[in-house]
Design a protein around this ligand. Structure first.
Ligand SMILES: C[S@@+](CC[C@H](N)C(=O)[O-])C[C@H]1O[C@@H](n2cnc3c(N)ncnc32)[C@H](O)[C@@H]1O
Ligand SMILES: Nc1nc2[nH]cc(C(=O)O)c2c(=O)[nH]1
Ligand code: SF4
Ligand SMILES: [Mg+2]
Length: 193
């Protein structure tokens, strides 16, 4: 759908230079999705694999983030192998609701109520990022925290339109449950892609 060089705005790698590749197509349908234009499979520019890899390399980035849409609706084996061959790390942003493919340096799993993650991704996630849209999402997030690896980083991220109301609740929750950390979408505060 689009590709851009920016800083990772969310989660463990927040603040790092990262080249984003946003793949079209998503069948999850989150009511609050901030990229609804990405849902359709059609109508997005197609790019040959070699071109996207050379574009990422030319940016000088150490890190490529594959997102979407739901990137796991595509088989990502070839793309990630080609990126890693250039010495660039591969990170994914995913709901985990389609079968896992690709070779990953970092998997950010952001589960959704609208289409649950497949069990296979839970033990291999490096980061669990729960979007907090209402109060019940804390208990819902704990149900996934109980299923990921001990080493998995745990983040609570306010849903953007509810951030004013949810961020204070998240701060209190983290103070009481310090295994969790706060993730803000910093790119939206500083107006970068
Ligand atoms: C647009 S999604 C694309 C990747 C994948 N489909 C997913 O949902 O993980 C990228 C990240 O943005 C988060 N996100 C989407 N809309 C959001 C919103 N309105 N507020 C906060 N986070 C949001 C998702 O949970 C996910 O972690
Ligand atoms: N800067 C920036 N950081 C991000 N982290 C995850 C994003 C995404 O949409 O997957 C995203 C994004 O769209 N922009
Ligand atoms: S899974 Fe991701 S891309 Fe799909 S609707 Fe939800 S937030 Fe948007
Ligand atoms: Mg985004």
């Amino acid at each position: 759908m689009e590709h851009f060089y920016t800083i990772q705005g969310e989660g463990f790698h927040q603040g790092r230079a990262a080249y984003f590749v946003r793949l079209g197509g998503c069948d999850v349908g989150c009511v609050w999705c901030d990229v609804k234009d990405s849902w359709s499979f059609d109508g997005h520019p197609m790019m040959p694999l070699d071109t996207i890899v050379s574009t990422i390399k030319a940016s000088n980035t150490p890190l490529a983030v594959i997102t979407g849409g739901e990137p796991l609706m595509h088989n990502l084996d070839e793309l990630t192998a080609a990126i890693q061959k250039e010495g660039i790390a591969t990170n994914i942003e995913t709901s985990g609701s389609s079968p896992l493919s690709g070779s990953w340096d970092w998997i950010c799993l952001s589960p959704k109520k609208f289409k649950a993650p497949l069990p296979e991704i839970l033990p291999v996630a490096n980061e669990l990022k729960i979007i907090v849209y209402n109060k019940s999402d804390f208990a819902w997030g704990e149900s996934f925290a109980a299923q990921v690896a001990d080493t998995c980083k745990l983040y609570l991220q306010p849903e953007w339109s509810k951030a004013d109301a949810m961020t204070p609740l998240i701060v209190e929750y983290i103070k009481q449950n310090p295994k969790w950390e706060l993730s803000l979408q910093i790119h939206k505060y500083i107006n970068v892609p």
